[in-house]
Every structure is written in structure tokens, then in C-alpha cells.
Design a binder for this molecule. Structure first.
Ligand code: PMP
Length: 390
């Protein structure tokens, strides 16, 4: 880009770094025979009944905008779903907003809540979009590190220490991307005490709620006293294998959801109508498909963790999502050098941990949302790579 062109770009955009994941996968896309453990999306196709419901909505002529907040039937169904599954009660009238993926819900939450200079505590390693989204909304991300020593779970005291007079919100993601860590109910209660004591809003990204393997899921909003200060963010991408449909939602206190809807109505109008019809079917009749996919992910998780441990890498058993986050510190390589060498030498693409924040250095993220056949081959290649490093 010439300096002349660059002058048009707003400073806060110029200052954003391009995503480290993108950079790495551009490299991988130029190579042949690569097995990718890099992508953060299901390898399943969306369940057929969901696709069919969307087709049928088009056949019946539902091709216009929906209400800004989303199809009324979908919001009603979401409210039933959230109450039945997560024990949280939201009024579909004014406490639920259907968005373009969880991504848009995060963006709206930040823009609705943050004044310039307001601080948001972000737990790293974290999903790559949080920090840029907070910055674009004028907020200031304050990083707290979740370490391997605590199984990548942030400790309530760490959050307490990071609070200043400018802290307005806390962004939590459990089950987590990239570590797969799941906070227990007790851990959430401890964090909630801090949020209540300091009057913080919690942005709770629960997009992996239904992909949890060893325990029951607890929604942040279900902790006593939290529903009035939590913006629950979720979506259809992960559990229902609907990443390309771009459908998510936010649930929260009326005043906040109304503020988010105000931005949404001017910038987006409404989420895709046909996708909303598909989502309605996913909520009504998708439970079986989710369970099937979850069973398969669990089996693959167990296989990959064991294989990585057997090749000498320290790797926690993640409780949810579809990622493992092994340490590569024993190899003496940093995460980018490790990922690059693995790609060059064995054609296996993983994501260097440092793209998820500084505390991700020394780790790599491997997604196990790929077939057992591919995973078996990837583990074979990684074993060969580890042997060579010895
Ligand atoms: N939150 C987390 C933690 C994610 O991993 C992702 C997708 N990688 C998103 C939000 C965005 O999801 P969506 O497709 O619903 O925008």
C-alpha cells in the first residue's frame, strides 16, 4: 500500500495488526498435501433438517427482512432453549437479539457499553477477535493471563488485581478458544463475586456451551445475581455446524439489549432471514445431531490428547470446544518457529499459540474437528517431527 493510499485509513484501523492465523494459513494454502489442524470450525455439514427448513422458508416466500431483533418465533424458541438448557430466563420481547454470528454480538456489546478509555478485562490466551473489537469500540483491553499451571483457568484474584477505576467489563469465554478450558460452577461463582463487588458487566461468550465433554455446562448468567449484569453471547456456528450461516445471538438486561438493537438496526437491519428459519429448526429438532457430533468430538479429543502426550508434549485434557493446546516448550522452539517447521517438514498446519496473546507463547493450538483418518495421519507426522527434534 502506498503512503498516499494509507492516508485514507483511520488511525485506529491502521494500528490493528492483521490476524496471525490468516498470515500462517496463507503460507499453508500454497503447499500441497497439508493436513490442517488449524481451522476453528466443525468438519460436519449442517444437519439436513436445518438445511431443509431454510429451503422451505424460501419456497414459502420468506425472503424479506425480519424484525430488527430477529424473527419473533426464533426469539421465542431461543428463550425456551436458554431456560431449558442453561436455566436462564429471558423475555423474547426485549431481552434477546439475533445477530450475524456471535462475532457481531461481541461487537455490539462492546459498542453499546464502552465509552472511550473504558477498560475491559480479557483473559488470554483468547479468541483473536476480542482485543481488536474492544479497541475498535474505543475501549482499552487489559490482559489477564490464564496459565497452564491452573489448567488455563483464570483465578478470581487475578481479575481482582487487574481492576482499576476505569474497568467497566470483563470478557469471559468458557469453554475456551484456544485452550478448551471449562470453568467450573464454583470458579464462576468466585469470579461473579468480583464482578458484583466492582460493579462490572460480564460479556460471557458461551458459543461452545454445547460442546462440553465431562461435566454439565453452567452459564454465567445462571449464577445468582449475574443475570442483571451479564451479556450472554452465543450462536449456531459451532454446536450446529453452521459457521457459514452467520447466525448468533445476545441475551441480556433489557436496557443493554435495546441499546445493542439500536446499533444493529442502523448498521445491519436484521440477520439473514433464511438463516433464521434454519436456526429455528436447529433449536426445535437439532438436539440429536448435536449429541452425535459431540460424541464424535469427545472420541477425537481423547485420541489426540493421548497421542500428543505419548510423543512427549505436555497437554491438558480440555473439557470443551474442539481444540487442544499442548506445550511445545520442551522443544526449545518458540510457537511460530515450531509451527513453521512442522508445516515445512511434515505438512501439518497448527496455529502458533502466540496469536492468542503473549501468554500463548510456548503452545500450539490444534483443532481436532477433522476426520479420525486425517487426525491419525497428522499425529503420525507430528510424532516423526518430534523424533527428528530429539
Ligand atoms: N467466539 C469464539 C470463542 C469463537 O471461537 C468464535 C469462532 N471461532 C466466535 C466467537 C465467532 O463465532 P461466529 O461464527 O458465531 O461469529
Amino acid at each position: 500500500m502506498s503512503t498516499y493510499e494509507k492516508n485514507y485509513i483511520a488511525d485506529h484501523v491502521n494500528e490493528l495488526k492483521p490476524s496471525g492465523i490468516r498470515k500462517f494459513f496463507d503460507l499453508a494454502s500454497k503447499m500441497e498435501n497439508v493436513i490442517s489442524l488449524g481451522v476453528g470450525e466443525p468438519d460436519f455439514v449442517t444437519p439436513w433438517n436445518v438445511i431443509e427448513a431454510s429451503y422451505h422458508s424460501l419456497e414459502r416466500g420468506y425472503t424479506a427482512y425480519t424484525a430488527n431483533a430477529g424473527l419473533w418465533e426464533l426469539r421465542k424458541e431461543l428463550s425456551v432453549f436458554l431456560e431449558a438448557n442453561y436455566q436462564v430466563a429471558y423475555n423474547p420481547e426485549d431481552q434477546l437479539l439475533v445477530t450475524v454470528g456471535a462475532s457481531q454480538a461481541i461487537d455490539l456489546a462492546c459498542r453499546a457499553i464502552l465509552n472511550p478509555g473504558d477498560e475491559v478485562i480479557v483473559i488470554e490466551p483468547s479468541f483473536v477477535s476480542y482485543v481488536p473489537t474492544i479497541r475498535l469500540a474505543g475501549g482499552v483491553p487489559v490482559i489477564v493471563e490464564a496459565t497452564e499451571e491452573h489448567a488455563f483457568k483464570v483465578q478470581a484474584e487475578q481479575i481482582e488485581k487487574a481492576i482499576t477505576s476505569k474497568t467497566k467489563a470483563l470478557l469471559i469465554c468458557s469453554p475456551n478458544n484456544p485452550t478448551g478450558a471449562v470453568l467450573s460452577k464454583e470458579e464462576m461463582e468466585q469470579i461473579s463475586e468480583v464482578a458484583k463487588a466492582h460493579d462490572l458487566i460480564v460479556f460471557s461468550d458461551e458459543i461452545y456451551a454445547d460442546l462440553i465433554y465431562d461435566e454439565a455446562f453452567t452459564s454465567f448468567a445462571s449464577i445468582p445475581g449475574m443475570i442483571e449484569r451479564t451479556i450472554l453471547i452465543s450462536g449456531f456456528s459451532k454446536a450446529f455446524a453452521m459457521t457459514g450461516w452467520r447466525l448468533g445471538y445476545a441475551a441480556g438486561p433489557k436496557s443493554i439489549v435495546e441499546a445493542m438493537t439500536k446499533i444493529h438496526q442502523y448498521t445491519i437491519m436484521c440477520a439473514s432471514t433464511m438463516a433464521q428459519h434454519g436456526a429455528l429448526e436447529a433449536l426445535r429438532n437439532g438436539k440429536g445431531s448435536v449429541l452425535e457430533m459431540k460424541t464424535s468430538y469427545r472420541q477425537r479429543r481423547n485420541y489426540v490428547v493421548k497421542a500428543l502426550q505419548e510423543m512427549g508434549l505436555s497437554c491438558h485434557l480440555p473439557g470443551g470446544a474442539f481444540y487442544v493446546f499442548p506445550s511445545i516448550k520442551s522443544t526449545g522452539l518458540d510457537s511460530e518457529a515450531f509451527a513453521e517447521a512442522l508445516l515445512e517438514d511434515q505438512r501439518v498446519a497448527v496455529v502458533p499459540g502466540n496469536v492468542f496473546g503473549e501468554s500463548g507463547e510456548g503452545y500450539i493450538r490444534c483443532s481436532y474437528a477433522t476426520s479420525m483418518k486425517q487426525l491419525t495421519e497428522a499425529m503420525k507426522r507430528m510424532r516423526r517431527f518430534m523424533e527428528k527434534l530429539k
